[in-house]
Design a protein around this ligand. Structure first.
Ligand SMILES: [Zn+2]
Length: 255
């Protein structure tokens, strides 16, 4: 007999995430109520329908046999879908070409929320090992975050670059601006555009830092920087720095 599935953990995570996002965005959950529904099977792990989040049961419910890594997955999935109530639903995108806007933000925001709710989980270690690593890996095969999506090809918008590389770029920007400045600009972007759609240009306008964001969004690959010690005698260190594009680097050299 299968162990009984329990919704208490999901409920706790959902309530804590709503509180976190209300504080983060400085605005109330843009809905009168929010239901979380577990279904036996669905193609995606979860879906952020306004007011009705639908999850594959394994992405929402725990049992006595649920292991820690599965709990992390559940907590992040819930946080992701709740983040979408602001970033994705209240503020949406005009067309699939801007998919990264909602998915990269939701991916970063899910980690910010869980980091606050469960600080001892060190969730950004998970971010680097899962999302940043996926971003590096996907970058090897080319393609940029900004991608024209033709009608009928909407499925192409759901790619690791929209989620993982986009979120990694945003985390980089947060580190550059500082958490408070970054949050204030994200807050303005969401609250000023509530009920409307936004584009990549709107994001750049609100966040600023066009010169930081655009090369990472438009270009494929990333720089591989090699630092070589030429000479090191006591306090005298001479190094040589070189840089090349990951796109020109053999995939067999990636670990
Ligand atoms: Zn999403």
């Amino acid at each position: 007999m299968e162990p009984e599935k329990n919704h208490n953990f999901a409920l706790d995570v959902a309530l804590c995430c709503i509180k976190f996002f209300e504080k983060y965005f400085g605005s109330k959950l843009p809905l009168r109520k929010l239901d979380l529904l577990a279904v036996p099977k669905m193609i995606a792990g979860a879906m952020e329908n306004p007011g009705l989040l639908i999850f594959q049961a394994d992405s929402l419910l725990i049992t006595t046999k649920t292991i820690f890594v599965e709990k992390i997955h559940i907590a992040l999935t819930i946080a992701h879908e709740i983040a979408h109530q602001w970033f994705g639903n209240s503020v949406s995108i005009s067309w699939w070409s801007d998919m990264w806007v909602k998915e990269a933000f939701a991916t970063l925001l899910q980690h910010l929320a869980i980091d606050e709710v469960y600080p001892d989980w060190n969730i950004f270690d998970w971010f680097f090992s899962r999302f940043t690593r996926t971003a590096f890996k996907s970058d090897f095969v080319g393609g940029s975050v900004l991608k024209e999506i033709a009608p009928g090809k909407e499925h192409e918008a759901f790619n690791p670059l929209s989620y993982s590389k986009g979120a990694t770029i945003l985390l980089h920007l947060q580190q550059k601006l500082g958490k408070d400045t970054f949050r204030n600009r994200v807050r303005a972007l969401v609250n000023d555009n509530a009920g409307n759609t936004i584009t990549t240009e709107d994001v750049i306008e609100s966040l600023g830092e066009k010169e930081t964001l655009m090369p990472w969004l438009e270009q494929d690959g990333y720089p591989i920087v090699t630092v070589t010690v030429v000479n090191w005698i006591e306090d005298n260190l001479t190094i040589e720095i070189s840089q090349r594009s990951s796109v020109c680097y053999s995939i067999s050299n990636y670990h």
